[in-house]
Design a protein around this ligand. Structure first.
Ligand SMILES: [Zn+2]
Ligand SMILES: [Zn+2]
Length: 335
């Protein structure tokens, strides 16, 4: 008879499922990996076998050319991964294909959220609240100061800036996986039907989303624009790294915007030379993190991947058992 939960072991480079000898989101190559979603700090190439949702596997193939050893897990399907452990992938609401992983062994239930959010997102399935004993949650925005406004407000600011600058264009910095497609889908939902212009680095991922049933409307590459003038009054999406580089010189007097949860911090916006900060995040904000822990109501909460201390303190104050995990190698590529 082993100690409760001794089968699940957090190591610095990932969470080890001991009886199955498999790892969740390992930051180094392992024989068998369970991957929550396609962002670079969770999904890496080089594993022997990678178990992930079909959309995540497609994203990994596109980004890291990982095809060998791919094993698909459909949402809600209980997989026997060996050693008496069952893994079930459940929607996490973070990006296309993102999953929480429910692990069951000897009557004990552990959920590893990966990254998640509770705010609505037309590009992915919503987070499924699921009971468990141990809830391993991310805490990227785990401070009370982080509150993400409703996305409709931020999209409204973007459309207003466009209307006020008919002779310029609005250049929006957004991560190529998730953020860009969500901004486009929300613009469409707000009635914006015009061409949206893309940096070349966005194209393949947008196409992948469309192939997975997320329509994005009329998209064109900046490099295919007939002239600078043809982009006046337009909205242009580019990776954050392209906002201030030579590439943007081909655009007509761009107003620089950025879609990120970090835009809540004025200094970050200023550092990047962002004129129009849009607080749009694919992570849970403080209210979503605390509400989710309360709704899932686990015996114990393990906190990773961000600002653990404040959430740990919140758990203590609400009489919830909690601990912070010291995993390494998780950056905010995807905020
Ligand atoms: Zn992520
Ligand atoms: Zn992450």
């Amino acid at each position: 008879m082993s100690l409760p939960f001794s089968w699940i072991r957090p190591e610095p480079w990932g969470i080890h499922i001991v009886p199955a000898d498999a790892w969740v989101d390992p930051s180094r190559p392992v024989p068998r990996a369970l991957v929550t979603h396609g962002h670079a700090d969770h999904a890496r190439g080089g594993h022997g076998v990678t178990i992930a949702t079909p959309a995540t596997l497609a994203i990994m193939e596109l980004r890291y050319q990982t095809r060998e050893g791919a094993s698909a897990a459909e949402y809600g399907e209980a997989l026997d991964i060996g050693g008496g452990v069952t893994a079930t992938y459940l929607p996490a609401g973070h990006v296309l294909g993102s999953a929480q992983i429910l692990l069951e062994h000897a009557g004990e239930r552990v959920i590893i959220t990966g990254d998640y959010k509770r705010a609505p997102d037309p590009t992915c399935a919503p987070f499924a609240v699921t009971p468990c004993d141990i809830f391993i949650t991310e805490a990227t925005f785990g401070l009370p100061v982080f509150t993400h406004p409703p996305i409709g407000e931020e999209i409204g600011k973007l459309l207003a800036a466009r209307a006020e600058n008919p002779d310029s264009c609005i250049l929006v910095g957004a991560y190529a996986l998730g953020k860009a497609q969500r901004v486009i889908a929300e613009l469409r939902a707000a009635g914006h039907r015009e061409t949206i212009w893309l940096h070349g680095a966005m194209e393949a991922m947008c196409r992948l989303y469309e192939e997975h049933g997320v329509p994005l409307g009329d998209l064109r590459l900046v490099s295919d624009a007939p002239s600078k003038d043809s982009m006046r009054g337009g909205i242009i999406l580019a990776p954050p790294s392209a906002l201030n580089d030579r590439w943007s010189r081909r655009l007509p007097e761009p107003v620089t915007a950025m879609a990120s949860g970090w835009m809540r911090v004025r200094q970050r916006a200023r550092q990047r030379g962002v004129e129009l900060p849009l607080v749009i995040s694919d992570h849970a904000d403080w209210g979503e993190l605390t509400r989710t822990i309360a709704e899932v109501n686990p015996q114990e909460t393990w906190i990773t991947h961000g600002r653990e201390e404040a959430l740990l303190r919140w758990c203590e104050l609400s009489q919830r058992r909690a601990r912070a995990l010291a995993l390494v190698g998780y950056e905010d590529e995807d905020d």
